[in-house]
Design a binder for this molecule. Structure first.
Ligand code: DGY
Length: 380
């Protein structure tokens, strides 16, 4: 325990475990001001469930964990047995968390929405431009001293202007990405989501009117009836679904074959929505098809062959990695745990920005299972 875990405020009456050091200092202040002793994991490797369980030990009131950890029944049982009532994922996504097991053990589960939206969408945009204009390939070419002469056909890429952008999963991040591409490149938008995104439709239509009033060609928005329609139509397709049984391997060789030969595929959601082996095969056989990936099916591993493909750009799950966002996520995760330990109610508003101010509400900002019987935020 000594080297791998650092203790702050050792005499705090409650005990909170944070499995990784987090950016900024505000999160630690929030926990310490709530009279918590805070044990923070120092290892940069994935912390095993065995180690988490032994660190929870006999007394632990709350935990802030990472998306790389498997928060299953065994861990929530251990937390419950140690007197714990609060867990927050340091992420907006929580496919690594068994929320049912947490609810069963009376543990509130928090996540960190609202501070990642534009940041993550920006990475999807960055990957879109990188692959469309072959930035990484060209950078490598320069660094290898291969630039001998300007040439008319050197690194020809794809133009995005007024093409069609497809989005699967038009929630917060998907619709932020869509707006950036529609407004920046005047792209037509086709989206698939089980829910209609009325605000997005309104915004794109308003932008179309604005363009028309300036004598420019309008953009359009279509809500597709099927994923197939999006696959066949999009020049650029960005994936933003949550990962669950329905979206696991949503994109396999069959779906890739429906896409245009020179389409661009972007994924900043979760790796397993794409069957990575099929993507490798498809990119190998279709050199004009390009992909930009922030997430991988079996992170941190990659499918053999993926790193050898010059038509794929890969980054290590950093879409939310701006200082502001990561510090904001830390504040939200700490406020979730401290809020529950202070018996505050769960915040019901989607706007979490008040928690980023110096006078935050007395609430837990984002509790996923707030409605579950026995979860403490109900009684707050
Ligand atoms: C999340 O929050 O779910 C991202 O994948 C990491 O920031």
């Amino acid at each position: 325990m000594e080297d791998q875990w650092k203790t702050y405020n050792p005499n705090g009456s409650k005990r909170v475990i944070v499995t990784k050091e987090l950016p900024g200092t505000k999160w630690l202040d929030i926990l310490q001001e709530s009279d918590c002793r805070v044990d923070v994991g120092q290892s940069r490797d994935i912390v095993s469930n065995e180690e988490i369980k032994s660190t929870i030990g006999e007394k632990c009131d709350g935990v802030i964990g990472q998306l790389t950890e498997d928060w299953n029944e065994e861990l929530f049982e251990a937390l419950n047995n140690a007197g714990g009532t609060a867990y927050s994922n340091y992420a907006v996504g929580y496919d690594n968390v068994s929320v049912d097991a947490a609810s069963k053990n009376g543990i509130a589960v928090g996540n960190t929405p609202g501070v990642l939206t534009e940041t993550t969408a920006e990475m999807a945009v960055a990957l879109t431009y990188s692959v469309a204009r072959r930035v990484v390939e060209a950078d490598e070419f320069m660094r290898n001293g291969k630039y001998d002469s300007w040439l008319p056909d050197l690194f020809l890429g794809n133009r995005l202007w007024k093409k069609t952008v497809g989005v699967i999963g038009a929630g917060r991040i998907g619709s932020a990405y869509a707006r950036m591409m529609v407004q920046g490149e005047h792209m037509d938008l086709i989206y698939y989501d089980i829910y209609q995104n009325k605000q997005l439709e309104k915004d794109v239509k308003a932008f179309a009117k604005f363009l028309e009033s300036h004598g420019e060609e309008p953009v359009s928005i279509t809500r597709a009836d099927s994923i197939e329609e999006v696959l066949k139509t999009a020049d650029v397709l960005s994936l933003h679904p949550v990962l669950n049984d329905k979206t696991f391997h949503m994109i396999t060789g069959k779906e890739l074959a429906m896409m245009k030969k020179d389409a661009i595929l972007i994924n900043v959601s979760r790796g397993p929505v794409i069957k990575e082996a099929d993507l490798v095969e498809h990119c190998r056989n279709n050199p004009d098809f390009r992909a930009g990936l922030d997430v991988f099916e079996d992170e941190p591993e990659m499918e053999p062959g993926l790193p050898d493909l010059s038509n794929v750009t890969i980054v290590p799950h950093i879409a939310s990695a701006t200082r502001w966002t990561r510090e904001g996520m830390a504040v939200l995760a700490a406020s979730n745990v401290a809020g529950i330990l202070n018996n505050y109610p769960a915040w019901e508003d989607e706007d979490i920005s008040p928690f980023l101010t110096d006078d935050p509400p007395k609430a837990a900002p984002s509790i996923i299972n707030a409605q579950a019987d026995g979860v403490p935020s109900n009684s707050g």
